[in-house]
Ligand binder design. Structure first.
Ligand code: PLP
Length: 423
């Protein structure tokens, strides 16, 4: 097996593997990149930070998710939700694949524009925007944006009356992991009033948007939201608007994608003729499974149970709930540890009980309350966690002075992705 490694800059390494392609190559490639990186580090002599947690990202997995999207949701043009993971290589790949982008702030818009993406491929999908950011969007021609209340309409009229507006409606998000409807979305009781106000203000409403909640699990929530959108399209027509676009938001996960896509496609075909343009704002779906996180065991504590005369262990890692495991708190995740490297000379392979903790001084900083791993892990060993691409690094903090900016080793298990990225 031949690897080609090139340091893109001091923080990123690209490892390219020739000969393997496709989903079955992902595990192999990622594991090899993890091993290779870990073997570069000598915990006894390394500089502070060299043994920091790091990611391996498989851009091939992002590419495959895109193909899967196109196969199952032909009508829906994805606008990747940058907030989910703004990794520069992921954005570069998606830009090359021709997706659009959902941005929530000036910084996200700027990052996408810098890739050379045309402003018409961006939707500023935030119903409650910062005034200076709206001025920035206006200066850079990012016209598409959402609203769900009257005050936002007055703001937009003052700052960017040419904007192309999407009325974000409320959805039933009760089946989702992260609920959004308690904060955003106009109910159908006030949609007509808002459209009338927009008309009075001479604003350009072009579509309807919704979000069924992040990590949605009930396909029925898409069916209902599409039906409600049809109602708002009809209300808008009565007021004199000819709406052109429906934005079906995000909420998709890799596990239930086909089921959700089928329900959504059926509803779209039932309620919207082919002349209506459909866009979506998937985040988690594209990146969750593409990122694996490796962490170093920085400390260990033995906990003896005198009643049973057995020991369990508390492991302290160099990343935690204030870092890339912020997904435990903000995204209700339960990351699962696997052993990456157990130091030599330790042949114990017994099932051993652990709790796993982050590095900060706060007791809430816990990764796993209880897990069983084979063998006795020690300081300097490495663990890895799969499915760490969504809502992880983006919400990491520097609490206690630990880094929030970890190295990413990129691999590609799809030649299509490698070609687009020039790997
Ligand atoms: N669009 C909007 C407006 C959002 O708020 C979010 C997530 O919070 C997304 C898209 C992405 O959602 P997901 O990652 O569930 O696809």
């Amino acid at each position: 097996h031949q690897y080609e490694s090139a340091y893109l800059n001091h923080k990123s390494v690209t490892v390219n593997y020739g000969g393997h392609n496709g989903a079955e190559a992902q595990k192999f490639l990622v594991k090899n990149a993890l091993d290779q990186r870990v073997n570069e580090i000598d915990p006894n002599t390394c500089e502070p930070g060299e043994e920091d947690a790091f990611f391996v990202a498989d851009v091939g997995e992002v590419y495959r998710q895109h193909l899967r999207w196109k196969m199952n949701l032909k009508r829906v043009k994805p606008h990747y939700a940058v907030k989910c993971n703004s990794d520069p290589e992921v954005l570069r790949l998606l830009a090359a694949l021709g997706t659009g982008f959902d941005c929530a702030s000036k910084a996200e818009i700027e990052q996408v524009l810098k890739l050379g993406v045309h402003p018409s491929r961006i939707i500023y999908a935030h119903p409650c925007k910062t005034k200076s950011y709206v001025r920035y969007a206006a200066q850079h021609g990012v016209k598409q944006m959402t609203f769900d209340n009257a005050d936002e309409l007055y703001k937009i009229q003052a700052l960017y009356p040419q904007a192309e507006l999407f009325l974000r409606i409320l959805t039933d998000d009760s089946s989702s992991l992260c609920r959004l409807s308690q904060k955003f979305g106009a109910s159908l009781d006030c949609s007509k009033e808002l459209l009338e106000l927009a008309k009075t203000l001479d604003l350009n409403v072009v579509g309807v948007s919704f979000h069924v909640g992040s990590g949605a699990s009930d396909p029925e929530s898409f069916t209902k939201a599409v039906k409600d959108s049809r109602h708002v399209f009809d209300q808008a027509a009565d007021i004199g608007y000819d709406l052109k676009t429906l934005d079906v938001g995000g909420g998709f996960t890799g596990d239930t994608f086909e089921e959700m896509a089928q329900a959504l496609s059926e509803a779209l075909d039932e309620y919207f003729p082919p002349s209506v343009r459909i866009i979506g704002e998937p985040g988690r779906y594209y990146v969750a499974s593409a990122f694996t996180l490796a962490c170093n065991v920085i400390a260990r504590r033995e906990v003896q149970d005198s009643a049973t005369n057995t020991s369990s262990y508390m492991l302290y890692l160099n990343d935690g709930a204030y870092g890339n495991f912020s997904s435990i708190i903000f995204d209700h995740q339960h990351p699962s540890a696997q052993i990456l490297r157990k130091q030599g000379g330790n042949n114990n392979n017994r099932a051993t009980e652990y709790s796993i903790w982050g590095p900060t001084c706060d007791g809430i900083d816990r990764i796993s309350e209880f897990c069983v791993l084979r063998g006795l892990l020690d300081v300097g060993d490495w663990l890895y966690f799969e499915e760490m691409g969504a809502y992880t690094r983006c919400s990491a903090t520097r609490f206690n002075g630990f880094s929030d900016d970890h190295q990413v080793v990129y691999v590609s298990s799809e030649q299509g992705a490698s070609a687009l990225l020039g790997y």
